[in-house]
Ligand binder design. Sequence first.
Ligand SMILES: [Zn+2]
Length: 468
Amino acid sequence: MYEYGMMNNMKSLSITFFRGARRVTGSNFLVEVKNGEKTTRILIDCGLTQGERFCESVNHEKFPYDPSSIDAIFFTHAHADHIGLFPKLVKEGFVGRAYATHPTRELVPIMLEDSVKLIGAEAKRCHYDPPYTFEDVDTAVKKLEPIEYKDVITVGEGVTATLNNAGHILGSATVFLDVFGTKLLFTGDLGRTPAVIVPDRDIVGGVDYLVTESVYGNRTHGSIEDSEKVLLDAVKNTISQKGTLLIPSFSLERTQILLAILDKAITDRVLPEVTVFMDSPLAAKVTEVYRNNPEFLREEVRHRLQSGDDPFQFGSLKVTTEQEESASINSAPMPKVIIAGAGMSHGGRIRRHEAHYLPMKSTTLLLVGYQVPGSLGRKLKDGAKSVNIDGAAVPVRAQVLSTDGFSAHADRDDLMSFAEKIAPKRVMVVLGDTEAASFLAQRISGFLNIPVDVPSEGEIISLELITK
Ligand SMILES: [Zn+2]
């Protein structure tokens, strides 16, 4: 009985790293706070695990915890690897509260409706039932409550949560938890500094435990200025060759960055008016959310928008959402620029344009994002002279360029400087492959002299509650 009484007064704190540990995607962490017999359970993100072996992926498995036992979930941002399993969580019994910033709340249905199609097709190929349907997306989205940065949300007795700007994409957030005075910060994905169209990430004070991403934990990006030059030079060359510039691009953030740079260059007369097709219904919907949330854009971009120069729109930009409009791009006179999804050419409309334009010498293909090994984009980046696109052999005579400065991710040096400024007592490195996570961990422990863990998936780390 005595021992039982002791247990009742005991408080404890732990994090279980279900997914997204030693892995870039699948973000899903569980914080458990025990106070006597009462346990408060908080999830950070519920993302899709993405990769080449989709049929074997955990997206089809049951959650390793009881969804009905979760009190609250906080979403860091609207990328599929952070939100993509939320409809499944709701379908399997989640009845707690779900929070995200206003832009994330607006982007989630758009992104989930896209992922329901993608994973539905993948599931079919593997002879699985899809993890969730459009109806499940609807039900899940209705549960999502929008909150402001800095709002203090009470999750349980002695436990509050606050979102702060992560500077990664529109509405992205870090999650700050206060557990009986002990402070934890989950970065989600962090933006680079300076960011291009969203404000730079917030530095949060007083953090005891930092759970940091490490996607680019062992790599550095080129500067945004260099990437801008590569883009503008590619457009100028395309104009002088009367050719086509193809840009496979992610629909969320990357495409809006490209549009804002092209808009500014045309307004400043650095570029002549050139026909640009944004051939993506998804990017069109996402761009509308950017336009509707000026207060979440960085000051100069917001100022442009509010003074009447829409940074995502210019006279020679044609947004093609319908199939027929997309098909008519082929007959539009050159020079022209075509921005289309998907970013790694693994799906979407870009493949049709690549099949048509890659055989032409006057074409330039500009890769502006990470290309996973095995993807069509990666093969092109590696200099393939012929590629297979939907069953047809396509000779590649186009010039292929690539640049990494438009990344929305902090690189090795950004991540180090963030950890240094936060100055926690202990760091857990997640959301990166083992190599990237371990590299960042070594630097944090070596240079900043902070104890670091690189948890594996399923690992539970118990954290000491710090009395101040
Ligand atoms: Zn992200």
